[in-house]
Design a protein around this ligand. Sequence first.
Ligand SMILES: Cc1cc2nc3c(=O)[nH]c(=O)nc-3n(C[C@H](O)[C@H](O)[C@H](O)COP(=O)(O)OP(=O)(O)OC[C@H]3O[C@@H](n4cnc5c(N)ncnc54)[C@H](O)[C@@H]3O)c2cc1C
Length: 832
Amino acid sequence: MGLFDGTRFVSEAEKPRCRVVIVGAGPAGLLAAINFLRREKGPVQYCVDLVETGEDYGALDAAGLEKHRSWMIALSTAGLTALRRVPGLYEDYVSQVGVQINQISIFLGAREIKQGNSAEGVAKGEAGEAYVVDRNFIVAALARFLNKQALTLGSGRLTLHYSHKMMFVDPDARRIFVRREDGVERYLPYDLLIGADGIRSAVRAGLIANHRDFECSVSDIFSRFKSVHVALPPALAANTMVVMPQCLPGMNGIGLPETGGKINISMGYQLSTPCDEALRSTDAAVVAAYLQEKFKPSELPWDEFARQWVGQAWSQTGQVHCSSYHSSKLQLLIMGDAAHATSPAIGMGMNTALADAAALDELLDAHADALDQVLPAFSEARVKEGNALTDIAFYANSFSPAQGVRVILAQLVRGFLSKHLGPSLVAPEPMNELGMGAKLSEMYAELVRIGRLPAVRAVNDAARRRHFELRTGMVKARPSRLPAALGAASALAGLAAGVAALMATQAVSKPLMEPAGGMPLLEVCGDPHKFAASGLHAFEPMLGGSFVCLITQFLHALVLEPAGLLSWGLTIGLALPVSVLWNAEAGRTGASGLVRWPTLLGLLGQFLGISVVFPALWLPAAWYGKGDGAVSPARAYASIALAAPFISLTVALFTLDPTSRAWTVCAGLLGGPAIALLPLLLNLVPAPAVAVAFDEFPSAGALVAKQAAAGAKALGHAYALAGVLAFMGYAANVYLASLSYTSLGAACTALWAEATPAVAFMTIDAGVLFLGLLLHLASTAPAEAVAALAASLLLGPGAACALLLHRRETHQHAEASAEAKMVAALAGKKQL
Ligand SMILES: Cc1cc2nc3c(=O)[nH]c(=O)nc-3n(C[C@H](O)[C@H](O)[C@H](O)COP(=O)(O)OP(=O)(O)OC[C@H]3O[C@@H](n4cnc5c(N)ncnc54)[C@H](O)[C@@H]3O)c2cc1C
């Protein structure tokens, strides 16, 4: 049959030919191909080349296709209308592979709220109709239709290039370069090029390369999800879409029925509020136990669910915004995800992709196949829809839980008022129009007009920006106000206790200084003549001035009584994990402020008591400015090695003759600045270099996770060693105390109620140090502080805190290792 051109009938053979190359045999590309081949009666004869990296799903039988299940997609009015334009396509092909939706169930915890339609659902073709189909099953249905259609048209009209990847566009020669799976390469010429090649579109790359005025952005949807297929549990109705906000802490879920009596459950979390650790476990038993405990909407086959869950990496996808969808210069256009990939949050990506293909067909009709008019008209009609789609999907839900609740309330109130007062008084709720065939650009305009979209945009963009800044180390994490307030309070309390203890020691030190004429400690040490006359410590002047004298005398007072050993032992046991903590944290990537200066803190400790300085200065600094990056393993090990001089000098002090020169030298070393200056050596070990870990570049993320894992492992070892040493010291201390005191009460009396000033000072030191460590643990996990407190009587306070810190780092190590594996897997995984 020919075509009447106004003067005569033009035969098929005489019609001008247009070679259309379509890249991507996804839903958009396949429907576009079907539509071109249907344009038999038009003035142009189209020949289609379909290029696709994957295989032809249309050639697979049911069993073969079952192996390619992906995720269920909800098709609503827009997508169904686009499909139904092609007679027989929906009725005979697509409707055979999916499930009609009759009802929506929203689960708030275990409470089910049924919404919507009658048992029969919305009548076919009516607004609000919904049909659910696996992404790959609809692709198979479209491909089968296309393959059959090609058979009726004769040779040359459709050429399939499956297992071919398009590499680039050659703009001057109007051709594309493709490479077959086996490496064979060739060019394909075109008159019209259609990029339906998904989010990482190579055709779009050609647009970017050849048009300076073409603006395009690809960004993360800011969430990660997994999707499993399990048998539909009896508690859930068939043909029902199940919406499960906050079905697990920090997780939203959706369940879509699928063929074969199954349900496809997808659950995801936002990057700013990560899901619980158990869900990141690689052990199916851990995941199953967690789900069984926490997942309230329904019983599910937990073991099978968990098996599939751990067997897949977290899926991530992106969103695309483009300023134009065509190039007249290159004679090409882009559609579907290539033009407007989006978050699945509102379930409209494929609907819009199919609507793009339908819109192109309608524009060819409207402009009598004149491509010079059709291409700009396509951009004019579809750019606003595509960008409205991506923005509504990303800003429909707020990342702030409080704003999220306000948004839901506003939706309910507006819907109710509009229904009962009438749309002339209150405009309908825009989100209620979703999926009913309304134009997305009109919904977008209404959401902007009522101010909702700009409000959520401000919150979500800020959250995304903040996450990015933290991930890349551009800014430091700010702690919540509570730990910061606790830190400040502990700082003031610690400082006050230190100053009070120093003054008390000074005030009551006259009896201690009896041999020196009963003068206060500072006075004796401040005057070398008086000191020499006292005969207190014959070697003292050789070691330096009053500073060393003060501490040496202090230590001298301690070694003279059993309670001195007890209080000093407690302090050293606690100083071991503290030493690892402050020396290692100082070298974390991103550490700033006082945290980076353990040497300064050590020197200050000489004056006020090291334990007093720790909470007074380190804690608030740690909370306000500690790094959240990795620590180098060498630094972690060196941090515990620095405790060696402390321990050996302590042993010397309590075993040597206090009147000997050796004792004085040891006391002078322990009390003098030499040990406090040792951490300067750690400056030779730099913090791990910052690897920029954009979400878009998973391999950089894997490197960061590996660094974190190595540092956490080493720190875990360092705390373990600190714990063992502290426990040994505690055990020895308890044994020695048992020789001197008949009961725990007697020991406590000697440590505090009847303590000499020096012993009381050390008791305060140990107490403040312990409190500081407990607060440090409580700042991130209050339960850990309680556990440390409980274990301290048995293990000693130093060993108990070290054990908890060791446990924390071991967890960090497991988590970072799992993340490194996951991100590395993601980097290698083909993303849709
Ligand atoms: C979890 C999830 C749930 C979703 N739920 C819904 C929903 O409920 N409703 C809805 O409407 N949408 C939903 N979507 C979105 C929907 O899947 C996509 O919008 C839709 O698949 C886009 O179709 P497309 O043809 O444009 O691109 P794609 O489906 O991405 O197809 C692109 C094709 O191009 C091929 N290709 C890529 N690069 C090349 C190359 N260089 N050379 C040759 N071939 C290439 C690919 O192999 C692929 O086959 C969901 C998406 C996800 C991830």
